[in-house]
Design a protein around this ligand. Structure first.
Ligand code: SF4
Length: 125
């Protein structure tokens, strides 16, 4: 086990670690061939049980730890992150000291069902 203090603050090319990608779920509604091909991710595919996913409180704690190590930008991904109540997670992560940017990678499928929950400029970038 590696203690937090032993973690390097740079990657193998000596670049500082500033970005952290957080996968909030392994599930997605789509079956893109390069990501979740149907022959592998069929109807019987066993995604992680909900109880095995990190809770939002756990993800926020991880963000706090990584922010303390120099991370400044969080990218929320999946699977499809909008399959969870990711707006609540964003609100929690926005309160983490040191985090300057939170971005979301989404397939957009759930977007129309969530009017008013995001500002339009959230699409940018
Ligand atoms: S996560 Fe993205 S790339 Fe993967 S199956 Fe879903 S929409 Fe496609």
């Amino acid at each position: 086990m590696i203690a937090i203090a032993e973690l390097p603050l740079a990657d193998t090319l000596a670049r500082p670690l500033r970005d952290l990608r957080i996968s909030v779920t392994d599930r997605c509604q789509f079956r893109c061939t390069y990501c979740m091909p149907r022959e592998v991710f069929g109807r019987d595919f066993a995604f992680l049980p909900r109880a095995e996913l990190f809770t939002f409180e756990e993800l926020t704690r991880l963000a706090q730890v990584f922010a303390g190590l120099g991370v400044r930008k969080l990218r929320l991904t999946g699977g499809e992150p909008l399959l969870r109540d990711v707006e609540r997670l964003v609100a929690m992560l926005a309160r983490v000291g040191g985090i300057q940017d939170i971005v979301l990678t989404t397939n957009g499928r759930c977007w129309p069902a969530r009017p008013g929950r995001w500002r339009r400029r959230a699409w940018a970038g």
